[in-house]
Design a protein. Sequence first.
Length: 71
Amino acid sequence: MMSESQVLKAKQVLGKVIHVEENTWLLPSASDENKYHTVVKSDKYECDCMGYQFTENCYHIIAVTMMEMIE
């Protein structure tokens, strides 16, 4: 389940998503502008950010799914 704040953060980073290889993306951290998080898609989307570790969902994954809908 995604919150409104997650969707807002996802929209803010859409232009900063880096598609590094098939099923792997880098996205900026909201808490540290010099840090990036990695989203990988296998059976499901996974992210190395702290939010994902606790909730299994984050704005990084939401941004990637938004990008895939656009492409």
